[in-house]
Design a protein around this ligand. Structure first.
Ligand SMILES: Cc1cc2nc3c(=O)[nH]c(=O)nc-3n(C[C@H](O)[C@H](O)[C@H](O)COP(=O)(O)O)c2cc1C
Length: 214
């Protein structure tokens, strides 16, 4: 279980500029300031109509007090990884920029799209380039993984890939959730429509919140 200790929270508080809003709490001898949880999130898809982006945006609504950094994979578009490009041209700036997103965050949320039983080529290319610069892509941050697809499988194969692979890139996996049949089971206004799936999802969100303490 991932747990942020009081000591590291204190360090975070003192290392940041004081917020302009948010009252100090506690006695004057030991003043603490409210520092919002930082979440870095993305859908592992480069589709402008990505259902996983819709789903990740919905998941973020369950963290209303967090400071959100929602990434778009299209901002990290790079040539297809090859060892020849790597040795001839070095690393694209986009891969370095992607790695930076995990430097100062408290939680990572990723929703996996599935293409032919695996993650999308767009995401795999980004992972390939990034992992050559730094194997610990996720920088030891806690991770909540979701997936969805229009089919009954709910992109579970892509989710399973990420579940196995991301810890090797130093993600601290807190939980997973797969939403099948997105078009039937999800509405932007109401969220997850199926009661059993909604209950499972909310339970997992609560578990994630319980593990990332501030
Ligand atoms: C090339 C391709 C392969 C696909 N393969 C699968 C698949 O293996 N399993 C699946 O559930 N859906 C598959 N789909 C459908 C995707 O789940 C669907 O396009 C979904 O919207 C992708 O997620 P996104 O909208 O977040 O990009 C495939 C779609 C494409 C374009």
């Amino acid at each position: 279980m991932w747990h942020k200790s009081a000591i590291s929270i204190q360090a975070r508080v003192s290392s940041r500029p004081l917020p302009v809003s948010g009252p100090p709490v506690g006695d004057p001898e030991n003043i603490r300031f409210f520092v919002p949880m930082k979440i870095t999130a993305f859908a592992a898809s480069n589709s402008s109509r990505s259902i996983n982006k819709q789903f990740v945006e919905h998941t973020l609504t369950h963290f209303p007090e967090a400071e959100i950094n929602l990434l778009d994979l299209n901002n990290y578009d790079m040539p297809l990884f090859s060892v020849d490009r790597e040795s001839n041209d070095g690393y694209p700036q986009q891969a370095r920029d992607f790695l930076k997103q995990f430097e100062d965050t408290d939680l990572v949320i990723v929703s996996m799209a599935e293409h032919n039983g695996n993650c999308t080529a767009a995401f795999k290319n980004l992972l390939d380039w990034s992992s050559r610069i730094e194997l610990k892509v996720f920088n030891d941050k806690p991770l909540f993984l979701t997936s969805t697809s229009p089919g009954k499988g709910g992109a579970k194969l892509s989710l399973a890939y990420a579940e196995t692979r991301f810890p090797r890139h130093s993600a601290q996996l807190l939980g997973t959730f797969s939403l099948p049949s997105f078009n039937e089971n999800f509405s932007p206004e109401a969220g997850i429509l199926d009661e059993a799936l909604k209950a499972e999802y909310l339970e997992k969100i609560a578990a994630v919140k319980g593990k990332v303490t501030f």
